[in-house]
Design a protein around this ligand. Structure first.
Ligand code: AMX
Length: 464
C-alpha cells in the first residue's frame, strides 16, 4: 500500500463512526482531475455489474400489481441509479451520505459553513468525498466553461419577459445542444465505449453554463439588465448569486446549501426519470436534461416551490399578518375542500419530514428566526400534518423540500416566485447529469417497458 493510500485509509478508519459501512474501505484518489478519477472507477464498476448480472440476471426483485400499473408505478423496482437512494423514513442519502453528513464532510466556500455543490457533484460522480483541492479544480473547470454561445444569448433576450422562466430555461438548454460534443461524436461514429466521456464533457459544459443562463433569465424577468461576468476566483454558487445581482455573503451561503440539497433524489422522480428516459435514446445531455426540466416545471414536482409561495401569499392576503391556529386550520381545510392540494406537503416516497426541509429550517433558525414569513411557515408545519392525517388521503402528511425554500429566498430579496423552479433546476443538473454519465458508462440500453391496454390487462389477470 502506498504511503498516500495508507494515510487516506487511516483517515477513513478514524472517521468510520460517521461513514456508512460501504465507504469505509474505499481509497480515494488524490488527483484533482475529476475525469481521470472517474475513468479509473468505471472499469471496476462495469465489472461489478457484469458479475452481478451473470450471477443474478434471472433473480426476481419484486412483483408488479395492477394497482401499481394504474398508480404511477409507485413502488415498482425498475431502475438502477447510483448517485443517491431515498429511504422513506430517513430521506435522501447521496452516495450513502445523509445531508447532515454532507454538510459536515464536504469542503466549504471561503469563510462559509455550507458545502460547495462542486463537492457534492464530485461525490455523486465518484462516490468519494473530495478534498478542497479537488473541489477547487471543479470550480476552475466550470468557470472556464461558463461562456454562453451568442445564439443562446440572443434567444434569451428575445423571449417575452412574461414567458414562464422554466419555459425560457428549458428552451435555452435545448438550443445549447448545438454545442453538444456527444451529438457531434455520435454523428462522427465514435465507439460506444467512449459515450460516457462525451457525456461527461457535455455535462461539465452544461453545468458550467447553467448559472449564467439562469441569471440572464432572472434579469430578463426583473430589471432587464445584463449579468456581470463570471469571477474566476469565485465558486459556482457565488457567481450565480452575483450574476443575479445579489452580493450578500449570507445569501451566497444559502445558495451553496440550496444548490447542494436540491441536486438529486434517486432515479424515479419525474425530472431524474425523464432525463434518464430521454437519455436512453442517446439524445445528447442537453436534450435529455431539457426533458427533465420540463418535468420539473410541473406543479406536483419542482413548481411546488412557486406554488407554496403563491399559497402563502393568498393566505396572508385573506387572513392578515398574525394568524390564529384556528383560522389557519380553516384556510387549510378550505384548500382541501376546494379540491386542491396543500403545496409543499406529501411525497411519493418519503413518509417523514423531508431532511431537505429540516436543514432549510435550521438555516432559517440560525439566520432569520424572527422573519414573519418563516414564523408563518413554522406555524403551518405545526398545523398541516394533523389535518392531512384527519383527511386521511395523503400517505405522507409531512412537508417536503418545497415547503421551505421560497421563504428563505424571499428573506434575501429574491421575491420573484415564478423563478424558484429555475434555481431548483440548476441544482438538479448535478444529480441527473452525473447519473447520465453512469448510464452511458454502463451502456444502459433504450428504455422501453411493456404497456397494456385495459382489455389486455383484464385478460392477463383473468378478470371477467
Ligand atoms: N394536499 C392534499 N392532498 C394530498 C397531498 C397534499 N399535500 N398530498 C397527497 N394528497 C392526496 C393526493 O392528491 C391523492 O388524492 P386522490 O386520491 O384524490 O388522488 C391522495 O392524497 C394520495 O396521494 P399520495 O399517494 O399520498 O401521494 P402521491 O404519491 O400520489 O403524490 C405528491 C405525491 C407529492 C404529488 C403529493 O403529495 C402532492 O400533490 N403534494 C403537493 C404538491 C407538492 O408539494 N409537490 C412537491 C413534491 C416534492 C417535489 O417533487 N419537489
Amino acid at each position: 500500500m502506498s504511503v498516500i493510500r495508507k494515510v487516506a485509509f487511516q483517515i477513513l478508519l478514524q472517521n468510520k463512526n460517521i461513514l456508512p459501512a460501504a465507504f469505509c474501505t474505499r481509497n480515494s484518489s488524490t488527483s484533482t482531475d475529476l475525469k481521470s478519477v472517474l475513468a479509473e472507477k468505471i472499469p471496476e464498476k462495469q465489472k461489478e455489474v457484469v458479475e452481478l448480472r451473470k450471477q443474478h440476471g434471472n433473480t426476481k426483485v419484486g412483483d408488479v400489481t395492477v394497482d401499481m400499473m394504474y398508480g404511477g408505478m409507485r413502488g415498482i423496482k425498475g431502475l438502477v441509479t447510483e448517485t443517491s437512494v431515498l429511504d422513506p423514513e430517513e430521506g435522501i442519502r447521496f452516495r450513502g451520505y445523509s445531508i447532515p453528513e454532507c454538510q459536515k464532510l464536504l469542503p466549504k466556500g471561503k469563510g462559509g459553513t455550507e458545502p460547495l455543490p462542486e463537492g457534492l457533484f464530485w461525490l455523486l460522480l465518484t462516490g468519494d468525498i473530495p478534498s478542497q483541492a479537488q473541489v477547487d479544480a471543479v470550480t476552475q473547470e466550470w468557470n472556464s466553461r461558463a461562456a454562453l454561445p451568442n445564439h443562446v444569448i440572443t434567444l434569451l433576450s428575445n423571449f417575452p419577459s412574461n414567458l414562464h422562466p422554466m419555459s425560457q430555461f428549458s428552451s435555452a438548454i435545448t438550443a445549447l445542444n448545438l454545442e453538444s460534443k456527444f451529438a457531434k461524436g455520435y454523428h462522427d461514429g465514435i465507439n460506444k465505449n467512449l459515450f460516457w466521456e462525451y457525456t461527461y464533457e457535455d455535462s461539465m459544459d452544461l453545468i458550467a453554463k447553467l448559472p449564467t443562463l439562469a441569471a440572464i433569465i432572472y434579469r430578463n424577468i426583473t430589471d432587464g439588465g445584463t449579468p456581470c461576468p463570471i469571477d474566476t476566483a469565485k465558486d459556482w454558487s457565488w457567481n450565480y448569486a452575483s450574476m443575479m445581482g445579489f452580493d450578500n455573503a449570507e445569501f451566497v451561503e444559502l445558495m451553496r446549501l440550496y444548490l447542494t440539497i436540491h441536486s438529486d433524489h434517486e432515479g424515479g422522480n419525474v425530472s431524474a426519470h425523464a432525463t434518464h428516459l430521454v437519455g436512453s435514446a442517446l439524445s445528447d445531455p442537453y436534450l435529455s436534461f431539457a426533458a427533465g426540466m420540463n418535468g420539473l416545471a410541473g406543479p406536483l414536482h419542482g413548481l411546488a416551490n412557486q406554488e407554496v409561495l403563491t399559497w402563502l401569499t393568498k393566505l396572508q392576503k385573506s387572513l392578515g399578518g398574525e394568524v390564529s391556529d384556528d383560522k389557519l386550520r380553516d384556510f387549510i381545510w378550505n384548500t382541501l375542500k376546494s379540491g386542491q392540494v396543500v403545496p409543499g406537503y406529501g411525497h411519493a416516497v418519503l413518509r417523514k419530514t423531508d431532511p431537505r426541509y429540516t436543514c432549510q429550517r435550521e438555516f432559517a433558525l440560525k439566520h432569520l428566526p424572527n422573519d414573519p414569513l418563516f414564523k408563518l411557515v413554522s406555524q403551518v408545519y405545526k398545523v398541516v400534518p394533523d389535518i392531512l392525517i384527519e383527511q386521511g388521503k395523503a400517505k405522507n402528511p409531512w412537508p417536503n423540500v418545497d415547503a421551505h425554500s421560497g421563504v428563505l429566498l424571499q428573506y434575501y430579496g429574491l421575491t420573484e416566485m415564478n423563478y424558484y423552479t429555475v434555481m431548483f433546476g440548476v441544482s438538479r443538473a448535478l444529480g441527473v447529469l452525473a447519473s447520465l454519465v453512469w448510464d452511458r458508462a454502463f451502456g444502459l440500453p433504450l428504455e422501453r417497458p411493456k404497456s397494456f391496454d385495459t382489455p389486455g390487462l383484464k385478460k392477463l389477470v383473468g378478470s371477467k
